[in-house]
Write a protein that binds this ligand. Structure first.
Ligand code: ADP
Length: 273
């Protein structure tokens, strides 16, 4: 294990003056009406600088998926605003916990899917999809159907598909939650490597404090529902970083601190007043 290069807790991502890629202002969302109204989210403010990797942790049911679905344009906010600023018409790409890949398409066709939607010419789309399959170690299974693959490989297909469209913003909703601990560690390290190369602005939701600390430029803690941001911490590690930061004393200290912040919220979500 080498020196994980701890640094003071200062911003490591884009300059704070850069215009945000994603901004949420006083965002709220409720479901149902009248006496049955369930306030699911907010009010919540959030800002992602270009190239920044922001992780959100919070108790189950606090509104994390609701936030991501609003960011992806799949759900409207009840009030407030969410704006995304991209230089190109490329959409934000979303990766779900349950992979969201199509079982009736081959691995190659799955990875090419977003490019087909963008009407990238077939030859070029094939080449780019193969390039991403190679980067994710999936070239050998390009012609296979996802049902024949392991959970880890299916999730790699989902990541390759999302990154193949070269999105300006990546939205990830607990993408590794269904995987076992070892595989999860491997995919975290791969994602770290990939996003540090591509500098894709990423909003990443997770239950795992370790995952948030390894991956994030910032870790935001959400309250019990309706979720608001109640704390923010910057893992004190240089970029590019590697999975070695897991063994740093600062890592353990930050994990304990985040857990202290989160513990009460988890209890509140589980046993509402
Ligand atoms: P999390 O991702 O943090 O576990 P969610 O965003 O999935 O939380 O859900 C937040 C709250 O909103 C929960 O109480 C959930 O039951 C409720 N909720 C989410 N989606 C809907 C929906 N479509 N209809 C009604 N309630 C919903």
């Amino acid at each position: 294990m080498g020196d994980p290069h701890p640094t003071p807790a200062t911003p490591t991502a884009a300059a704070p003056t850069a215009r945000p890629k994603l901004r949420a202002e006083a965002l709220t969302r409720s479901f149902g009406r009248g006496t049955r109204t369930r306030f699911a989210l907010g009010p919540l403010d959030l800002s992602l600088a270009p190239g920044e990797f922001v992780c959100i942790v919070g108790p189950s049911g606090c509104g994390k998926s609701t936030l991501l679905r609003i960011a992806a344009g799949l759900l409207r906010p009840s009030s407030g605003e969410l704006s995304i600023r991209t230089a190109s018409p490329r959409p934000a790409a979303m990766i779900f916990q349950d992979y969201g890949i199509y079982d009736w398409k081959t691995v190659l066709a799955n990875v090419r899917f977003g490019l087909d939607v963008q009407r990238v010419p077939r030859k070029k789309a094939d080449a780019r999809a193969r390039d991403w399959l190679a980067r994710m170690g999936l070239l050998d299974v390009a012609g296979a159907y996802p049902a024949t693959l392991s959970g880890g490989m299916r999730q790699r297909v989902a990541i390759a598909r999302a990154l193949a469209v070269e999105p300006e913003i990546l939205l990830m909703d607990e993408p590794f939650a269904a995987l076992d601990a070892q595989l999860r560690t491997i995919l975290q390290d791969e994602l770290l490597d990939l996003t540090q190369t591509t500098r894709t602005t990423t909003l990443f939701i997770t239950h795992s404090l370790e995952e948030a600390i390894v991956l994030g430029d910032r870790v935001l803690v959400m309250s019990a529902g309706p979720g608001r941001i109640i704390a923010e911490r910057r893992p004190p590690f240089h970029r590019p970083r590697t999975g070695e930061v897991r063994s740093a004393p600062e890592f353990t200290a930050l994990k304990s601190e985040l857990w202290e912040l989160l513990r009460g919220e988890v209890r509140r979500e589980a046993v509402p007043a």
